[in-house]
Design a protein around this ligand. Structure first.
Ligand code: ZN
Ligand code: ZN
Length: 478
């Protein structure tokens, strides 16, 4: 009889526990119910429109949401006041999510389908990072609820990553070792379509080369002067000759940021700002060294002195097919978005402002592109690159912008400030959540993803940031 009672009690406890478990579908339903609240969260950050390393309010708002949901938050990590790590759970696997929130200077725009700067703001979310941060936060909270209800081992770490746009925030966070214990990173980016390719990007290293000469009267005493601008011009000439002797996929661009003040004064100071890009981080490293040699040669030949400051550096994105296929399968389950009549009218008006060649059918926002592993690198750079060489990483893009919209445009700011942005963002939140659930349910995926990363980056790989030991440029947007 005692045994029977015990058995009945046990079965009651088990049934209660099982009743508390949450299915992935229930988690998605909850996300639907909260979509307006997460839309408001994103829109608040859209209105703040804070640029790189100045995202005090945006970062604080996301931290507050995560704390309220039961995460412990460590703020000011990697010597960056607006960087943070929000953690929940314990044990393996450790799943990381990235959350960006910086805006771009010079693209202030209202949420209307015609160019109209927003009064009182010179910056705007033209890359959609307000959605990026909000959707990743939504996914982290959903994953936490799932983990809490379903039990088992696992840790969620949401990385609040400032200054993606030219500030390389994530590189400093990787360099500080914040990703060392993470088993997989899932992330996303706003876009004009829905896809989860295992694509790659260009690695990039930039520096400012400063030449110092001697000022003198350009007509009365030119022999006493040494032109710092000559140093810059000689360097540029040599680098331009070098273009013939670098791999074809190299991109080198520069602007002269200081070239003297007046033609009748031999310039004592001149500065040129260089970017070196290539699909492979190792090539960027070696080509950059040759650019430095050109600068040294230019200084020698013009009787000037030269010093340079590395401004930023990021690795190319390392694709991970194992994780990308899981992400893609989940994106297909979630599907794209459809517009209500108001959104349709907004989207049609935006299309009218796009160049003919960029226009795409609006229905493409409802489609999910087939899985690809593009050989050609996407012709841009991101600081997610360094994360992806350190931890197996997969990402997706969703239709937060009207199809055909280029990133960094006023059209992107506009759509990102409407319910179109919210709908696209929720596709990302759901896909990230489902992918996180898959990784917690089947940690073997993390093992396979790590094996793939080891194979791709080579046995001798040791992380060394392209930007060396420089400090985060916290004032780069001042
Ligand atoms: Zn951008
Ligand atoms: Zn971006």
């Amino acid at each position: 009889m005692r045994y029977l009672l015990f058995a009945i009690c046990l079965s009651l406890v088990t049934t209660t526990l099982e009743a508390q478990k949450i299915s992935p579908q229930e988690i998605l339903n909850r996300l639907d119910q909260r979509s307006a609240a997460y839309g408001t969260l994103a829109h608040t950050i859209w209105e703040y429109a804070e640029v790189g390393y100045q995202e005090e309010k945006s970062s604080a708002l996301l931290q507050e949401k995560l704390r309220a949901a039961g995460f412990s938050v460590e703020a000011g990590v990697a010597d960056i006041p607006t960087a943070f790590v929000a953690s929940y759970g314990s044990g393996k696997p450790v799943i990381g999510l990235l959350a960006e929130f910086d805006a771009l200077p010079g693209v202030s725009q209202e949420a209307v389908p015609e160019p109209r700067p927003r009064p009182g703001s010179s910056a705007g979310h033209a890359c959609g990072h307000h959605l990026f941060g909000a959707a990743s936060t939504a996914a982290a909270i959903s994953l936490k609820e799932w983990l809490e209800a379903n039990g088992g081992s696992g840790t969620i770490k949401l990385f609040g990553t400032p200054a993606e746009e030219g500030g390389a925030g994530k590189v400093y966070m990787v360099r500080a070792g914040l990703f060392d214990e993470v088993d997989a990173v899932i992330q996303w980016h706003p876009s004009d379509g829905n896809s989860a390719d295992a694509g790659t990007s260009l690695s990039n290293k930039s520096a400012k080369f400063r030449f110092y000469g001697a000022a003198s009267h350009a007509a009365a005493a030119p022999e006493s002067g040494r032109s710092a601008l000559d140093g810059v011009e000689a360097m540029n000439y040599m680098v331009n000759l070098m273009r013939e002797h670098v791999p074809e996929s190299t991109r080198i661009h520069y602007v002269i940021t200081s070239g003297g003040e007046a033609p009748n004064v031999v310039p004592a100071f001149a500065e040129v700002f260089y970017y070196v890009r290539h699909p492979q981080m190792r090539d960027v490293r070696s080509i950059f060294e040759r650019v430095v040699k050109a600068a040294e040669g230019a200084a020698l030949g013009t009787g000037t002195t030269m010093e340079y400051e590395v401004i930023h550096g990021s690795f190319n994105l390392m694709p991970n097919e194992t994780l990308a296929r899981v992400m893609h399968a989940n994106l297909e389950k979630v599907g794209g978005i459809t517009y209500d009549p108001e959104e349709q009218a907004f989207a049609e008006a935006i299309v009218e402002t796009l160049p003919e060649a960029r226009r795409k059918p609006l229905t493409s926002a409802g489609e999910v592109q087939g899985f690809r592993m593009p050989e050609k690198a996407y012709p841009a750079s991101t600081d997610v690159g360094d994360v992806s060489w350190t931890v197996p990483t997969a990402g997706l893009r969703t239709a937060t912008w009207v199809p055909g919209t280029p990133p960094h445009s006023w059209q992107a700011v506009a759509a990102g400030g409407t319910s179109i942005g919210t709908k696209g963002m929720m596709v990302a939140a759901k896909t990230l959540t489902l992918t996180g659930i898959d990784l917690f349910t089947n940690p073997e995926l993390c093992t396979r993803a790590q094996q793939e990363l080891n194979r791709r980056r080579g046995a001798d790989f040791k992380y060394e940031a392209l930007l060396g030991d420089r400090e985060p440029p916290l004032d780069y947007r001042n």
